[in-house]
Design a binder for this molecule. Structure first.
Ligand code: HEM
Length: 283
């Protein structure tokens, strides 16, 4: 279908994809040439071992364990893992320059909990509820994956009063849940406090589902949470981010593989104020 509606874009995507597949195949081949059974340290190594084992045992798994599924899995992890986290962080920096007071509050919390003598660690999140709330609010308001992947109902079922016959395509509308005014009040307002209770402790919201929901929820959820927390806190621990003078900020997003911000510029200031201002382009 896409081939006929967007022929040029389809061609570009196909050619990029084939280049990407060649790259992954080269990595896989390198692993095959340097097999060291006592030192298997990544998913490609484990997968290759499983392919060999299931072929030897002539097990049912052989149907799934072959080179094509290995390259497919590696491509999925690469695409799913790189673009998503990076896009969330781009939104995070943009919201920080838009709301300098919120940025300062995150930095104050880190100064008290982490201090200036070391960098933040994953375990610190338990004592950084405001910082965590800001990260959750960024994921809610920006919703970089507005729709979940399409799934098919495996049997006749009912959902919220609707009949869903077996075989129906079902796509979760995460954007609609994250911007429902009945749930969030003013969904277009950036308010980290939504994720805090009266005592300032982190509050779980069941309507918050950036990684989708159900059995096929995002496979990389835990990794993504860790990466986002560490990158976000490291940057704000080390630098103050400022909007460049005379440059308007656009909070408009661009729809694509993910919902991403438009390219923008920020001024990055060393926290100690001793280093000259640096300019960074985020795209
Ligand atoms: C901020 C970061 C991320 C967000 C917001 C995100 C979001 C999502 C969403 C909405 C889905 C669709 C779930 C559904 O079927 O309804 C998904 C699936 C998936 N994600 Fe992520 N993701 C993120 C990071 C990652 C990372 C870091 C990885 C891997 C390293 C990853 C790997 C995957 C995979 C493999 C699936 C397919 C799971 C399946 O079909 O069983 N994602 N993700």
């Amino acid at each position: 279908m896409a081939k006929y509606v967007f022929p040029q874009q389809y061609k570009t995507v196909r050619s990029n994809f084939s280049e990407f597949r060649d790259f992954i195949l080269a990595v896989v081949n390198k692993h095959r040439q340097n097999v060291d059974e006592d030192n298997i340290h990544d998913i490609i190594g484990v997968f290759l071992q499983e392919i060999e084992l299931s072929m030897k045992e002539q097990s049912d798994r052989a149907e799934y364990m072959h080179l094509n599924s290995l390259t497919g899995t590696a491509i999925n992890l690469f695409i799913g893992g790189a673009e998503t986290t990076a896009t969330t962080l781009r939104w995070a920096l943009l919201y920080k320059i838009k709301y300098p007071k919120i940025q300062a509050k995150v930095q104050q919390e880190m100064d008290v909990v982490v201090g200036r003598m070391r960098m933040p660690q994953w375990a610190d999140r338990l004592c950084l509820p405001y910082t965590e709330a800001v990260l959750l609010e960024i994921q809610r308001i920006a919703t970089i994956a507005p729709l979940g992947f399409p799934h098919v109902a495996s049997e006749d079922t009912k959902l919220a009063g609707y009949d869903i016959p077996k075989g129906t395509y079902v796509v979760s509308n995460i954007w609609a849940v994250h911007h429902d005014p009945d749930v969030w009040g003013e969904p277009d307002q950036f308010k980290p406090e939504r994720f805090l209770d009266e005592d300032g402790k982190l509050r779980q919201r069941e309507e918050f589902m950036p990684f989708s929901t159900g059995h096929r929820v995002c496979l990389g959820e835990n990794l993504a949470k860790m990466e986002m927390f560490l990158f976000f806190t490291y940057i704000l621990h080390s630098y103050i981010l400022i909007k460049p003078d005379a440059k308007p900020i656009s909070m408009e997003g661009i729809s694509g593989g993910t919902f991403s911000p438009k390219p923008y510029e920020i001024v990055v200031k060393d926290d100690s104020f001793k280093v000259e201002k640096k300019f960074a382009q985020i795209f």
